[in-house]
Design a protein around this ligand. Structure first.
Ligand code: GDD
Length: 338
């Protein structure tokens, strides 16, 4: 039986991965997260669940004992509203990855997965609205997103050197704006797809005609649906390629275009109040998947519209039922921007 540890299992991607592993009776699953158990987005009786802070090395040592495979999603993160205003908090996540790597060596773990981000890419390559998809080599020369991106790039680098120096097998992926059901949609950490679904759902519910949009709406991104993300994660993890890969979509849209898709799903049209002083991040970003497709054979299945339909429906259910609002909308941060 393989013993698998998911760090950050109480969060969005970690929770979805746990929901896959829990169905496999050849896996003994261990889940860890800093949040109290009742706030985990998903938790399962069939796994051993720990609420602890992995910035503490003793906790990292304890939870990795006897573990074969480690997936590290644990970090302090969110959408632009969070990472632009909490740079030090974001950088402190370096302690989690450092402790886990050290503990993985002591406890002789077989393989280590690190969830990096498109925020590692050089900002000069993201200055236009429509940009060429970012290739893995575009992270260097280094000029990543301040705070959060530097932490991710440093931790990627540490994975590489732990493999070279200590023989630990590592896998690293760069996620490009992952979205979908069972994720944050309010409170300050939400990303654009969930935030804009929420705003349109509320406008429709309250018969309002106008929503706030950060920036001028012409900035672009590509967004990856959670099911595609989980499939890509497992494909990279199971492969024998010790490397760094994009896990993203190549469907580049402007924020205005995404709003139009959401309006069509909602069957409700809104006017946009552009807030130019809100966090905007890079001007344009998209993924180039040629390397991951060639080496791993992974590519996404869901279109943005298909993914947004599922996400919209789930957020609408949460808002209308009101039952899980606290769990998925708790910013739990001091300096939120909205
Ligand atoms: N969050 C949010 N909320 N963004 C909005 C909103 C809104 O109501 N309205 C417009 N936007 C715009 C932002 O200004 C930004 O230009 C764009 O939508 C995307 O914002 P986010 O989804 O918050 O973040 P991001 O794509 O810049 O970065 C996210 O993805 C990275 C990976 O690709 C973050 O989650 C990073 O942490 C992550 O690494």
């Amino acid at each position: 039986m393989a013993k698998i540890l998911i760090c950050g299992a109480g969060g969005f991607i970690g929770g979805h991965l746990a929901s896959k592993f829990i169905l496999d009776d050849k896996i003994k699953l261990i889940c860890a997260d800093i949040k109290p158990l009742e706030n985990w987005f998903q938790n399962f009786e069939g796994s051993s669940n720990y609420s602890l802070d992995l910035k503490d090395y003793d906790n990292a040592l304890k939870v990795t004992q006897g573990v074969d495979y480690i997936f590290n999603f644990a970090c302090n993160m969110g959408g632009m509203g969070f990472i632009e205003n909490n740079k030090a908090e974001c950088m402190l996540s370096v302690l989690v990855n450092t402790n886990l790597l050290r503990a993985a060596i002591i406890n002789k773990c077989k393989k280590f997965f690190f969830s990096s981000s498109a925020c590692v890419y050089n900002s000069l390559k993201q200055n236009e609205t429509f940009v060429k998809g970012l290739r893995e080599e575009d992270a260097y020369p280094a000029d990543p997103e301040d705070g959060y991106g530097w932490e991710k790039l440093f931790s990627e680098r540490m994975c590489r050197h732990f493999s070279e120096d200590f023989g630990l097998e590592t896998r690293v992926v760069r996620y490009h704006n992952i979205y979908g059901p069972i994720g944050t949609f309010d409170g300050g950490r939400e990303k654009a797809p969930a935030a804009l679904c929420r705003k349109i759902i509320l406008a429709k519910k309250n018969k309002e005609k106008i929503i706030d949009v950060w920036g001028d709406g012409e900035q672009t991104r590509s967004f990856l649906y959670i099911d595609d993300c989980i499939k890509g994660t497992l494909d990279v993890f199971e492969s024998n390629k010790q490397d760094v890969f994009n896990i993203g979509s190549e469907e580049q849209v402007s924020i205005n275009e995404m709003i139009q898709i959401i309006e069509e799903i909602a069957d409700y049209k809104v006017k946009k109040n552009y807030q130019l002083d809100k966090p905007k991040g890079v001007r344009g970003r998209s993924s180039d998947n040629s390397y991951v497709e060639k080496k791993i054979g992974w590519k996404p299945d869901f279109t943005l519209r298909e993914g947004l339909e599922k996400t919209y429906l789930w957020i609408e259910q949460q808002i209308h039922s009101g039952s899980n609002i606290e769990k998925f909308c708790k910013g739990n941060i001091e300096k939120i921007t909205e």
